[in-house]
Structure formats: C-alpha cells, structure tokens
Write a protein that binds this ligand. Structure first.
Ligand code: PAF
Length: 284
C-alpha cells in the first residue's frame, strides 16, 4: 500500500494508474476504521483495479461544539487495517494540505440537506459535499463507495454527482451491524456499557417497523409510531426523529413503498446516533 499525504503526490501516483487504463475506486473515510469501512473496501475491490482510501477528518462538516477535536484519530492502526484489507493507496492529508488554497468556496447543499441531519446539524452537509467534491476532483475516481448508514449523505452525494456532472458511479454499500443489531459507527467508541445497551433501541425500533411492513402495513405514520414507541420505551434514549421518507429527496411519505426509507436519529447519553432501513430490502 502506498501512503501519500499530498495532493500532488496522489495525482502523480494515480496519473500512472490512469495511463495504464486502470479503473480507480475511492472510499472516502474520516478514519477510525471499522468493519463498515472495510466492507466498502471489499466492494471497491470488486468494482475497480485500484482502491484509494481517503482518511481525513474534515473540519468543515463539524459545527462549533461538535466532536471535531475528540473525533477518534488512530492513523497507525487505520493504516495497518487498510493495508491488511487490500487498499492500494491511502491518502491521508493534513487540514493545511486539503485547504491550502483557502476554504471559503463551498458547495450549497440545497433543500434535501435542510431536513433531518441537516436540520440537526446546520452546515454539516455543506462541509461534507465540499470535501467530497474536492476528493472527487483530486482522485477522479471511476467509482466512489459510500455506506448506507449515512443515508442522507448518500442521497446528497447522488445529487452532487448528477447535478455537477461528475463522471462517477456511486456504489452504496449496506450497513454493517454488530451481531446484536447495532450499526457500526466510529462514534460507537463514545458509548459506555449502559449507553451501548440503550443504543440497541435504534436497530430494534427499525426492526419493529420492518416487521409491521412485512406484515403488510403501508401507512407511514403507523410504521413511524411503531419505531417511536420502541425508542420512547428505552431509558437513556432521547429521540431526535423517526422519518419515513422517499429515497430521492428524503421527503416524508404518507404511504411506504419498496425503496422508501425509515431513518432514525437519537441521542444516547451524550452521543448522537443515526440508523436507517430501506424498505423492501432484506434486514434492518
Ligand atoms: O462519511 C464520512 O465519513 C464523511 O462524511 C466523508 C464522506 C468521508 C466526508 O468527510
């Protein structure tokens, strides 16, 4: 695995690969790698000849008071995991390198970003889309792999690719879960034992709604209430939202259809967690 830290170095490495007509996949991450990220690498490997992982904790997507400072950073461990999983090029720039030309030009995330996560974290998606657009320009991948767990991010990246005409295929990889259902997240490290137990309410809430969906329930409000009841019945969990939405704009729907999404966000202790399920697909 090559470990590069500058944009110029990365461009030189990938220029040589592109010259040999090799297909390039990008797996964007903020590090603190877990099996969810490594599953993205597996998916990327199937779709391309060269797998590039970016590892960059992007300050633009954190609001003041969020966890930018304490976000887990384990470069050496991440590097070993990435290499063991078959990443070809690890791009781990500093903040100065990424924003060396300034940081005032931003992508306006638009209406789809104003709801749910965007409402809870104003400016977050502007920061995400700006750094993703920069990574797309720097790496110029043929395919980019994102996890379904951040479903609104995925939706917005799909709009970014379409509306800014990036010639990039988007691969969305299903959420990886612990055996008990907890969706893998770098922020799970913030959970103490009691929080960790309470956090299971998110996947249980989704599973309860999926069970009703599988039994034939299509009224979005009912599915939402089923999930809300599980969250409300778990001490230590403060629900932010449960939303039954369409997969294109993340607008609330009255009637759930295959392809509709149930998305949930809740605070467990001091940690905000999200999860979602795509209806009509297997598993929550
Ligand atoms: O999902 C993430 O880890 C980040 O939002 C991303 C896509 C790497 C951009 O910083």
């Amino acid at each position: 695995m090559q470990h590069v830290t500058t944009i110029a170095e990365l461009r030189a490495v990938l220029g040589r690969e592109r010259h040999q007509a090799r297909r390039i996949a990008l797996v964007p991450t903020m590090g603190a790698l877990h099996e969810g990220h490594l599953t993205l690498v597996d998916d990327a490997r199937l779709r391309a000849d060269v797998v590039v992982m970016s590892l960059f904790v992007n300050p633009l997507q954190f609001r003041p008071g969020e966890d930018f400072e304490k976000y887990p950073r384990h470069l050496e461990a991440d590097r070993a995991r990435a290499e063991a999983r078959g990443v070809d090029v690890l791009f781990a720039p500093t903040v100065e390198e990424m924003y060396r030309a300034g940081g005032e030009i931003r992508i306006v995330a638009g209406e789809t970003a104003s709801r749910w996560e965007g409402a809870a974290r104003p400016g977050h998606f502007e920061g995400v889309l700006t750094v993703v657009a920069k990574l797309f320009n720097i790496v110029q991948p043929d395919v980019a792999c994102f996890g379904q767990k951040d479903i609104q991010q995925v939706t917005l990246v799909r709009h970014l690719i379409a509306q800014l005409d990036f010639p990039i295929e988007l691969a969305v990889v299903p959420t990886v879960r612990e055996a008990d259902g907890l969706a893998l997240s770098s922020r799970n490290v913030y959970l103490n034992a009691a929080d960790r137990h309470a956090a299971l309410a998110l996947s249980r809430a989704l599973q309860a709604a999926v069970t009703r969906w599988e039994a034939g329930e299509r009224t979005a409000a009912t599915l939402r209430d089923v999930a809300l009841a599980v969250l409300a019945g778990t001490s230590g969990v403060v629900t932010d939202y449960v939303a039954v939405v369409d997969g294109m704009r993340m607008l609330p729907v009255d009637r759930a259809e295959p392809g509709s999404i149930i998305a949930v966000a809740a605070r467990v202790g001091s940690t905000r967690l999200i999860d979602n399920v795509l209806l009509g697909r297997r598993g929550a």
